[in-house]
Ligand binder design. Structure first.
Ligand SMILES: [Zn+2]
Length: 433
C-alpha cells in the first residue's frame, strides 16, 4: 500500500464523520461477504513483500454488523483492565458493561467499502485472522473446529479497546508500547490503537496477528492448553517449590520460557506470511532489526549485551525462531514441504514439556531461583540459569524429531546460535544418530 491511498482513506473518514453518519444497509451486502481490506503479499524472487487495499472474500464472516464467525469474533471498542503484562502476553479483564463501537461502511457492487480508518482496520483484522485460521490445518495439523473445542469456544478479538489499569486510572502509554497482545487465560486477543511509528497499523498487520496467534498455539501445545499462573507461596509451599523443578506456574514466569514462546510466535508468523521481518513496517528509526529472522547475527553468549540485541527475553526467542527459520529455508520453494516442517515443529512442542521431565532434559533443569520461587519476573538474563533452561527445552524439543537431515540441521543451528551455555554439551546426546 502506498502512503497515497493511506491518506485517501483518512480523508474518506473525515468526510464521513462531517456528514454525520454513513449509510449502512447490511441487507445489500451479499454473502459470502467481500470487503475492501488491507492485504499483505509475500515476497517473491522478483520483489519484496507488498501491501495493498483490495476487495477480498471474508468467507468465515457470518454477520457483517457483529463481525462474528464460528471460530472468532472481532469486537469493536470496549474497555479492558490490565493487571499485568509481560511482553505481548497480558493478564486482563474486559469490562462487559462498556460501550462497543460500530462499523461504518457502504456497499458498492456487492463489495463492502469501509467508510473510516477504524472500519477499514477492523475488517482487515478480521481478514488477517481468517487467513491465519485458514492456514491452521496445514501449519499445525489441527482442524479449526478441534482448536475451538480445545479452548471452549471461539477466540475473541478486541479491536482498539480503551485501556485502563485495574484501579481505573488511564494509562495511555500501553497503547503505544503494546500494540497487540494475547491473553492466555481467556483466549482473547487485543489489537490496540495505532501509533505513528507503524506504516501498516499492527491491528491490520497479518504478521503481527499471526505472531499473537502463535502464542495461542504455544499454549495449546507446550502448555498443554492450561494456564498456570504463579501464585505467591506460603512457607510450606515455598519449601515444596524448592524441591520440585516442575511446580505449577513456574514456566509462565521463567525468562527463558517466555522468550521461547515469543520465538515460536515469530516462526509461526513466518510460516503464515512468508515474511522474515515481522517489524518491517515499523519506523526504522525506532525499530531495531534484531528480531528479524534474517537480521544482524548474535548468539546466546551476547544476550546481556543490548548492542547485540536489546529485546530482553525476546532475544532468546529470536535465536529459537532463527534456528527454525534456517531449517525452513530449505523448503522455501515448496510451501507444502514448509508446512510439513511446521507441523513437525508443532507436534514436537506438544511433547516438549513431557520430555523435559525425562533424561537428558530433566538432568540439566535448575531448581527455581529465588525470583522464580516468588513469582517475580526478571528483566535481564542470567546466562547460566537461563541457558540450562533453554538446553533442557531444546533437547526435549529435538527428541520428537526422527533422525535425518532435518534433525541434523536443527542440531547444527541450536549449536551455533545457543552455544555451549544455551545448548549444553550434556544434552546434545539427543543429536547423536
Ligand atoms: Zn509476542
Amino acid at each position: 500500500m502506498t502512503s497515497n491511498n493511506w491518506f485517501a482513506v483518512g480523508l474518506a473518514s473525515l468526510t464521513c464523520s462531517i456528514a454525520g453518519g454513513c449509510a449502512m444497509d447490511s441487507s445489500s451486502a451479499p454473502k459470502p461477504y467481500k470487503a475492501e481490506v488491507i492485504d499483505h503479499l509475500p515476497p517473491t524472487t522478483e520483489r519484496g513483500e507488498q501491501w495493498l487495499v483490495a476487495p477480498r472474500n471474508l468467507s468465515l464472516l457470518e454477520d457483517i454488523d457483529t463481525l462474528q464467525s464460528n471460530f472468532f469474533s472481532v469486537n469493536l471498542g470496549g474497555v479492558i483492565k490490565i493487571s499485568s503484562n509481560f511482553g505481548s502476553l497480558v493478564s486482563a479483564e474486559l469490562d462487559s458493561t462498556s460501550n462497543r463501537g460500530r462499523l461504518r461502511y457502504t456497499v458498492k457492487n456487492g463489495v463492502i467499502i469501509p467508510r473510516d480508518t477504524s472500519s477499514l482496520l477492523a475488517l482487515s483484522s478480521f481478514y488477517a485472522f481468517e487467513r491465519t485460521i485458514n492456514a491452521l490445518k496445514a501449519s499445525t495439523g489441527l482442524e479449526p473446529q478441534s482448536l475451538k473445542e480445545k479452548i471452549n469456544g471461539p477466540f475473541n478479538l478486541y479491536f482498539e479497546p480503551t485501556i485502563l489499569e485495574k484501579d481505573g486510572a488511564h494509562k495511555s502509554f500501553y497503547t503505544i508500547k503494546f500494540n497487540a497482545a494475547f491473553n492466555s487465560e481467556n483466549n482473547q486477543f487485543y489489537l490496540f490503537r495505532r501509533s505513528e511509528i507503524e506504516s501498516i497499523p499492527f491491528s491490520a498487520n497479518i504478521k503481527v496477528i499471526s505472531h499473537e496467534f502463535g502464542h495461542a498455539l504455544f499454549k495449546t501445545s507446550f502448555n498443554q492448553n492450561t494456564v498456570e499462573n504463579c501464585t505467591l507461596p506460603n512457607e510450606a509451599e515455598l519449601q515444596t517449590r524448592r524441591e520440585d523443578k516442575f511446580f505449577r506456574g513456574r514456566w509462565s514466569l521463567e525468562y527463558a520460557i517466555s522468550g521461547l514462546n515469543e520465538g515460536f510466535a515469530d516462526f509461526h508468523s513466518y510460516v503464515v506470511t512468508s515474511s522474515a521481518d515481522i517489524f518491517a513496517e515499523l519506523n526504522p528509526a525506532i525499530a531495531n532489526n534484531s528480531r528479524a529472522l534474517n537480521g544482524i547475527k548474535f548468539n546466546f553468549s551476547q544476550l546481556g549485551n543490548d548492542s547485540a540485541c536489546a529485546g530482553r527475553f525476546y532475544c532468546i526467542g529470536t535465536l529459537f525462531a532463527r534456528s527454525l527459520y534456517n531449517v525452513a529455508k530449505r523448503y522455501s520453494n515448496n510451501r507444502a514441504e514448509l508446512m510439513g516442517f511446521s507441523r513437525r515443529v508443532y507436534a514436537a512442542l506438544e511433547k516438549t514439556a513431557e520430555n523435559m521431565r525425562k533424561s537428558p532434559a530433566v538432568d540439566i533443569i535448575p531448581f527455581a531461583n529465588q525470583e522464580a520461587l516468588m513469582c517475580k519476573r526478571r528483566d535481564r538474563p542470567v546466562l547460566t540459569y537461563d541457558g540450562a533452561l533453554t538446553s533442557s527445552f531444546l533437547a526435549a524439543f529435538l527428541q520428537s524429531f526422527t533422525a535425518g537431515e532435518e534433525k541434523k540441521l536443527l542440531c547444527e543451528n541450536f549449536t551455533e546460535l545457543f552455544g555451549t551455555t544455551g545448548f549444553a554439551q550434556k544434552v546434545r546426546v539427543v543429536c547423536e544418530p
